[in-house]
Design a protein around this ligand. Structure first.
Ligand SMILES: Cc1cc2nc3c(=O)[nH]c(=O)nc-3n(C[C@H](O)[C@H](O)[C@H](O)COP(=O)(O)O)c2cc1C
Length: 451
C-alpha cells in the first residue's frame, strides 16, 4: 500500500473544463476575483492536510468559425480570468504548509523574467512552489492576442525543451545556493558564487546573471500533463509530478507505465516521477442524497453550454445533428480525441455526458466510504501515486473531500497525518534534499552554467 498525495485543481475563473456550474446557489466560484474566495479555499486545503493547491491556467479562448459565441460571455466559459501567479502570491502569507502550483506557458512566457517571478514565489513560500509546464493548447487565439507567430504542436514541445534548458541555467546555474552571506561586516554575496549564464538557441537567447538568487528549491517542482506521444516524452524527461486525465484502472495503469518508461529512456529512475490522476466526486450521507446533490448541480447549468463548449473543442455544432447520429460518422480538424473517445455513442449521449462533466472525469457520486474504497482500489490496481480533486462546486467539493474522505484514507494508511517539515519537493517527490534529484536533466546545470 502506498501513502498517496492529494491536490485540488483550481482555476482563477468562474468555470472550467467545459462546464458552467457558477449559477449553483452553493457555488462561490463566481467570486474567483475576490481574495476572500481564495483565502477560504486555501484554508480548507491546509486544514484538510492536502499537499497542494493547483492553479490551472490558459491563455486565449475558443472560437467557432472565427467568432466567440455570446454564450461564452453569458455563462463565463473562458474569460474573464485572473493571473495564477498573483493568486499564489496572495496566498503565501495565508498558508504555511500548502504547496502552491502555478501554470506557466513555454509558448508565451519569457524565460528570463519568468525565472525571477518563480524564484520570488519560491523564496517567499520557503520552498512550496510548483510549476505546471504547459505548451498552451489554445494556441491559435493566444498567439493572435500576443502578436507572436503560431508554433505547431510538436514544435511547441521542442520550444518547451529549450525553455526548460534556459530555465535550469537560470534557476540552478547562476547563483550558487550559498552565494548570499548577508554579513554586515563582510559581503552581501560572494562574487565567486555568482555565475554568468549564456544561452544561444533556436527560440531563446540570454547572456547575463539570473535576476533572483537561488531559491529554497532552486527549480520549482515541475508538474506536467501532456498526453500526446510527444507530451509524454516531454513529461518523462522533465516532469516530477504528472497528471493524468482519469479513466479506468486499465487505462491509467497503461499511462503510468508509459510515462515511467519515458523517464527511464531519459536516464531517470522510473519512480522519481509521481503520477496523479484527476478525479471528481459528489458526496452525501447516502447514495440518494449524493445523487440529489449532483442533480442540483446539473439543473443549475444551462444545457446550451454543452453545445457551445463541445463546439469549442471540435468546431462541431452538435445541435445541428439528429440526436441519434453516431459520433463515429463525424469529423473535425480540431481535437479528434473529442470524437474518438466517445466510440460508438450518439450525439444525444455525448451532449448528456458533456453537460454532466465536460472534459473532467465523471464524478463518483455516493457516500464518503464508497469514494474512499474507489480511490484505494484504483491506487492498488494502477501504481498511481496520488489524486487531483477536480471540484464540482467550490469550496463545497473540497470541504467534503477534506473532511469526509481524507480522514477515512488516513485511517486506512493511504494518506499521511499532518505536514512534515519539508519543502514541496521533499514531501511530494520524496527527494532527500529540496533540490532536483541528481538524475534529473536540470541537475547538470547546477553552479557554473554550461554555455
Ligand atoms: C489535470 C490536468 C490539468 C491540466 N491543466 C492545464 C492547464 O492549466 N493549462 C493548459 O494549458 N493545459 C492543461 N492541461 C492540458 C495539458 O497540459 C496538455 O496541454 C494537454 O493534455 C494536451 O497535451 P498534448 O498536446 O501533449 O496531448 C491539463 C491536463 C490535465 C489532465
Amino acid at each position: 500500500m502506498k501513502q498517496l498525495r492529494f491536490g485540488v485543481f483550481e482555476n482563477a475563473q468562474a468555470n472550467d473544463s467545459g462546464t458552467a456550474t457558477w449559477r449553483h446557489k452553493g457555488n462561490k466560484r463566481d467570486h474567483f476575483d475576490r481574495l476572500e474566495y481564495w483565502q477560504e479555499v486555501a484554508r480548507i486545503c491546509e486544514e484538510g492536510g492536502l499537499d497542494f493547491l493547483f492553479l490551472a491556467d490558459a491563455w486565449g479562448w475558443s472560437e467557432v468559425n472565427g467568432e466567440r459565441p455570446d454564450i461564452c460571455s453569458t455563462e463565463s466559459l473562458d474569460l474573464p480570468r485572473m493571473d495564477p501567479f498573483i493568486v499564489a502570491a496572495a496566498l503565501i502569507g495565508q498558508t504555511k504548509d500548502l504547496g502552491l502550483v502555478v501554470t506557466g506557458s513555454t509558448l508565451l512566457e519569457q524565460p528570463y523574467s519568468f525565472a525571477r517571478r518563480m524564484a520570488s514565489l519560491d523564496h517567499f513560500s520557503e520552498g512550496r512552489l510548483g510549476w505546471n509546464v504547459v505548451t498552451t493548447g489554445t494556441a491559435e487565439t493566444a498567439v493572435k492576442a500576443f502578436g507572436v507567430p503560431m508554433v505547431a504542436h510538436d514544435d511547441r514541445y521542442d520550444m518547451a525543451d529549450e525553455f526548460m534548458e534556459l530555465s535550469y541555467k537560470l534557476f540552478e546555474g547562476s547563483w550558487e545556493p550559498d552565494a548570499i552571506e548577508r554579513n554586515k561586516d563582510g559581503h552581501f554575496a560572494n562574487p565567486e558564487k555568482v555565475h554568468r549564464i549564456k544561452h544561444k538557441g533556436t527560440h531563446f537567447n540570454s547572456d547575463g546573471y539570473a535576476n533572483a538568487s537561488y531559491s529554497p528549491q532552486g527549480t520549482p517542482v515541475l508538474f506536467q500533463a501532456g498526453s500526446s506521444p510527444r507530451g509524454r516524452q516531454f513529461g518523462g524527461t522533465h516532469g516530477e509530478c504528472i497528471f493524468l486525465g482519469g479513466g479506468t484502472a486499465e487505462k491509467l495503469a497503461e499511462q503510468v507505465k508509459s510515462i515511467r518508461d519515458e523517464a527511464v529512456k531519459a536516464g531517470r529512475d522510473a519512480n522519481s516521477i509521481k503520477l496523479m490522476s484527476a478525479f471528481s466526486c459528489v458526496i452525501g450521507d447516502t447514495k440518494e442524497e449524493a445523487e440529489a446533490k449532483y442533480k442540483e448541480v446539473l439543473d443549475a447549468q444551462n444545457p446550451e453550454v454543452a453545445v457551445a463548449s463541445y463546439a469549442m473543442f471540435t468546431g462541431l455544432d452538435l445541435s445541428s445533428y439528429a440526436p441519434e447520429t453516431k459520433m463515429s460518422s463525424l469529423h473535425t480538424e480540431l481535437s479528434q480525441t473529442q470524437i474518438a473517445r466517445f466510440g460508438d455513442k450518439t450525439v444525444a449521449d455525448v451532449l448528456a455526458d458533456w453537460h454532466a462533466h465536460g472534459v473532467k472525469p465523471a464524478p463518483l457520486v455516493g457516500p464518503a466510504e464508497e469514494i474512499a474504497d474507489h480511490i484505494c482500489e484504483l491506487a492498488d490496481a494502477t501504481d498511481l501515486d496520488g489524486f487531483l480533486l477536480t471540484p464540482v462546486t467550490q469550496p463545497g467539493s473540497t470541504l467534503d473531500f477534506a473532511t469526509k474522505v481524507l480522514p477515512i484514507l488516513r485511517e486506512r494508511g493511504y494518506a499521511r497525518e499532518g505536514y512534515p517539515e519539508a519543502t514541496l519537493r521533499e514531501r511530494l517527490v520524496g527527494t532527500a534534499t529540496p533540490q532536483l534529484r541528481d538524475d534529473h536533466p536540470g541537475a547538470c546545470y547546477r553552479a557554473g552554467a554550461k554555455g
